[in-house]
Design a protein around this ligand. Structure first.
Ligand code: GCB
Length: 602
């Protein structure tokens, strides 16, 4: 019941949106057994009647907005509530309640009745609410959100209890993570109500193909509702970016031809960066305008082709992460990030390590930033992460991602996981299955990969990917301080993987923790000079390998980000080119010079 097509809510003459962002009431269940809230049935009346509540901003993570350490580090059920009225004008419409994401497990009640549940953060869920609404009255939404990570969640984690009460206080337990970022929780993206007519456009799929000076755009529309319209009631038009109709069709599916189309290109490859058309779909009174781009992607033995031209990815891996709001969607932040991406000369990002907000991918589409769209499959590295339950959920997440992002021209490849234990035998059938599932279920059949931190000597899953993605930390986690080993060790792995697989390679991570303002010459680990020396050594080998089979390089990371507390992390991971506040370290200028000269040389 969590929606079928899950089209992004877009207003039109037949659809309206009411945002439910703002301040919600909030309370966590910190009872010893952690389930008092369910025993007392907190959803049945206002949360305030169950005990003390605080104001909680939506969207935002809840962790960093109070002075309460136990809330920052909270693990368990967090409860949110707010009320709303529905305008009388809306009563003849179909009304949908949508959460763009909440981390991790969500249970939603409307006016005390169970409405929907969703397993996993980072992806949207929604439900029709008409039969739940109180006409002419106040309506109460209650959300219970649990951020616990277990061996079968994505990402996986474990809970460890300590029962020796001479050493640990009663109820003590820890959430162990298998990933290197803070497990921020909360309603991270927009919450809204939107309307559609009772017969509505449920899904749209657009594929494009180019032959000569012509593009063939094939579309498929799914309709739903009380009396689903026949294909005769469906019409579509393609509009260019000035709103001119350039092609028309009728019926639920068809192929439209465009002469001399303007193609979608990533930044630096062409003047028409990020060009998008709109497919305007009309079906029985419902109108939906779906942006799309016309471009092709193809992987050869040595190259990644976009519109038939070799694409060299010069990019960064990112995180959704910032002060105060954690992983909460924030427009000033995402616009600043895109301005910094352009300033750095970035043409490609990886959504490490989970699908980012659709608002971010829309900017990637319109600004011509190619995206390696990564699932939340980070740290699948324990034997009990490979069972049937994990596999089923991983596939479910991949299909939710594909459903959401299939029409986005920026998405050039899927990454099903980051740094799994791809060197052990049980990983092979698991990932073979997830990779194949992803390739088949994407209507555009984009290339599929996962991000690998093993060596060519031990790696077992790479045979199933289209592009080999490698994370490397020579001169950091191994041979720390010794930048002189970097070129040799990198070259050895490049050639090892190449000889075995004959597939193109991207370095998806390389980076060094750098405390801004810390200087030393000759360079020393953690200084700004070391980050520059370290990156420069990699660049020398990249420049050799990109003449052959290296098709991309991505710095870890765009900006500093928060992690759990630990002896390897000084208030977070500091491998950013930028600080967490998005100010450049010295290495940001090095990368900017390199990326702009790569663009000029292209
Ligand atoms: C990695 C991980 C990334 C970490 C990074 C690091 O290989 O993919 O999530 O943050 O290393 O800095 O250790």
């Amino acid at each position: 019941d969590c929606g079928s097509g899950m089209l992004y809510p877009r207003d039109s003459e037949s659809r309206q949106t009411k945002f439910l962002d703002g301040l919600w009431l909030f309370r966590v269940d910190s009872s010893p057994a952690r389930n008092e809230s369910f025993v007392q049935r907190w959803w049945e009346k206002s949360l305030a009647e169950s005990g003390p509540v605080i104001d909680m901003p939506v969207p935002s993570s809840y962790n960093d907005v109070t002075q309460d350490k136990s809330l920052r580090d909270f693990v368990g059920w967090a409860w949110y509530e707010r009320s709303f009225y529905v305008s009388q004008d809306w009563t003849k419409q179909r009304i949908v309640l949508r959460f763009d994401s909440a981390h991790y497990y969500s249970k939603v009640w409307l006016n005390g009745k169970p409405l929907m549940e969703h397993n996993g953060g980072h992806l949207p869920f929604e439900s029709e609410v008409n039969s739940f609404l109180i006409p002419g009255g106040s309506n109460r939404i209650t959300l219970a959100l649990n951020n616990t990570l277990t061996p079968t969640t994505l990402p996986p984690g474990t809970i460890k209890y300590e029962t020796d009460h001479t050493q640990y206080p009663p109820g003590y337990f820890v959430q162990n993570l298998q990933m290197d970022f803070f497990n921020y929780a909360g309603i991270h993206r927009h919450v809204r109500l939107y309307t559609t007519p009772s017969n509505y456009i449920d899904d749209i799929t657009i594929l494009s193909d180019i032959s000569g000076s012509q593009a063939n755009v094939s579309y498929q529309v799914a309709v739903a509702g009380t009396s689903a319209p026949t294909s005769a009631n469906v019409s579509v038009s393609v509009l260019d970016n000035r709103g001119q109709v350039v092609a028309k069709g009728v019926g639920l599916s068809g192929v439209l031809s465009l002469n001399n189309p303007t193609l979608w290109w990533p930044f630096g490859m062409n003047d028409s960066v990020g060009y998008r058309y709109l497919l305007e779909v009309r079906a029985n009174g419902d109108v939906y305008r779906q942006p799309f781009g016309i471009r092709t992607v193809k992987v050869t033995e040595n190259q990644f082709l976009i519109n038939g031209k070799p694409f060299y990815c010069h990019g960064v891996a990112k995180h959704e992460d910032s002060d105060l709001r954690g992983k909460g969607l924030d427009y000033p932040l995402i616009v600043k990030d895109f301005n910094m991406l352009r300033w750095l000369g970035v043409n490609c990002i990886r959504t490490s390590h989970y699908p980012y907000a659709e608002e971010i991918l829309e900017l990637a589409d319109s600004q011509g930033v190619a995206v390696i769209d990564e699932s939340p499959g980070v740290g699948i590295n324990q034997r009990d992460n490979f069972g049937q339950k994990s596999l089923d959920h991983h596939k479910e997440v991949m299909s939710e991602m594909i459903r959401r992002d299939k029409n986005k021209p920026s998405v050039i490849m899927w990454s099903v996981a980051n740094e799994p234990a791809s060197n052990i035998d049980i990983a092979v059938p698991y990932f073979k299955s997830v990779i194949e599932y992803t390739r088949v279920n994407d209507p555009a059949h984009r290339p599929v990969t996962f991000v690998c931190d093993h060596t060519f000597e031990t790696e077992k899953v790479v045979p199933y990917v289209d592009v080999i993605c490698l994370n490397r930390y020579y001169g950091w986690y191994s041979d720390p301080g010794h930048t002189e080993v970097i070129q040799l060790q990198l070259k050895r792995q490049f050639e090892g993987f190449r000889n075995l697989y004959k597939k193109p390679i991207i370095i998806t991570e390389y980076g060094a923790d750098t405390i801004p303002g810390l200087h030393r010459d000759p360079s020393f680990m953690f200084t700004e000079e070391y980050q520059e020396d370290f990156l420069s050594e990699y660049h020398q080998e990249f420049d050799r390998a990109r003449k052959e089979y290296l098709i991309g390089e991505m710095v870890w990371n765009f900006a500093d980000f928060m992690t759990v507390q630990g002896v390897k992390r000084v208030v977070g991971n500091k491998k950013g080119l930028l600080t967490r506040q998005r100010q450049p370290k010295r290495a940001a200028f090095l990368i900017r010079d390199r990326y702009y000269s790569l663009i000029k040389g292209a």
